[in-house]
Design a protein around this ligand. Sequence first.
Ligand code: F0G
Length: 453
Amino acid sequence: MNMRTHQLRCIGTGARISPDQAPSDFRDPETRELYEIEYPWSETAETNGEPRNLPNGAALRHLWAERRDSTLAIDQSGVWRYRELLPILQDDTHAVTLREGNTPLYDLPRCADNLGLDFLLAKHQGMNPTGSFKDTGMTAALSVAAERGFQWVACASTGNTSAAMAAYAARAGLRSIVFIPEGKIAWGKLSQSLDYGALTIQLKTDFDGCVRILAELVKRHPIYLLNSVNPYRLEGQKTPAIEMVEQLDWQIPDHVIVPGGNLANGSALGKGFGEMKHLGLIDRVPKISVIQAQGANPLFQWFTNDHAELDPVVADTRATAIRIGNPASWRKAARIIEQTNGWCEQVSESEIALAKAQIGAEGIGCEPASAVTLAGLKKLVKMGHVQKGERAVLLLTGHTLKDPEYTIDFHRGELAQDLPEAANYRRPPLTLEADPDVVLRTLDAEIKKAQTV
Ligand code: F0G
């Protein structure tokens, strides 16, 4: 069997289809379930008694490390560097790349201290070319669209997917259409899709309404759908799992904590860890926990109730990236939480705002949706799910400059007013007369104040 061959496997029925049979909405026409990409070497693949022919883990490690010195674009990409685990293109030179991935793994010593943990790490996916984790998935799925000759691509988005899609489409010379909920996305993100030349349509509905309109559209026109129901997105989004353990010198964290919106990312990382274990690159997988905003918490409700079907909610949160009430990939997220023994939590608006300020105070910063990870971790520690000596990694999904309005509102005292601790992090801007005496007097007072805290 050609190692490049892959199939789409329905996560509900296990039925397999070839890539050219993929429905335009990436759902099984009967069960409406999603697909995942399966390779001949995947754990789920049927071998008909033949040897599975696994890629050699030790050789891969060596090859991936060697590529760091290469000047080739696909080697410099922190996604395509691992291309042996995502053989989704006929020809890898077709990859559309902005040198995504390669994101830092920071330590958060003050946050760790506050939590009583020995250490805490943050994998900052906001340090990608368009400022969010979406780039890792977009390079993969958009490359597939380009290789298959699509002229138009589209997505519904809370802002980051659209920014990433617009950028990668522009690089590939494809046209892109973005559907966003009017007035419900951060300015930084809206400006990006305009900057990269997308046809940007603001619909008078929420994200879930945008998804419904787009689903109709792709049935009627040859437009390639780039929402995270597209399983190629997840192939790219699994690579930060590899990069993370590489950065940890192949040690495995105990916990990985991700924000939950449309609920694709946790399962993408889970797939990455699972495949590494299957290939013998690591010997266990971390627990993957998903944190939702209280106002957009359908998975949390599923988790705390009877674990049956998911009931959609009408979503509302100022963490607009995850303002999603009917998440497409909930089954995938639920499966990965169960398989890895992870957890699902919800956090309040104030808890998100405080956590975001605490990450900012480490000199790192992130967008509000990313900060749910730290807010959620506080709860996991309190409940004993994460323990003192364990190593947790927060997935910071978006850059702080995506939503500066939120940050300014926090520092002006408009967020987290009910949490006294938030006052310690507020640094509202001071406006003074341009007079050195006035400035010095104010500075003196500020220094005194700082010394008493
Ligand atoms: N964090 C950020 C910054 C996001 O933009 C998103 C999703 C998530 C977390 C949640 O990830 O959907 O895989 O659970 N943003 C999508 C978008 C929905 O359109 O940009 P998820």
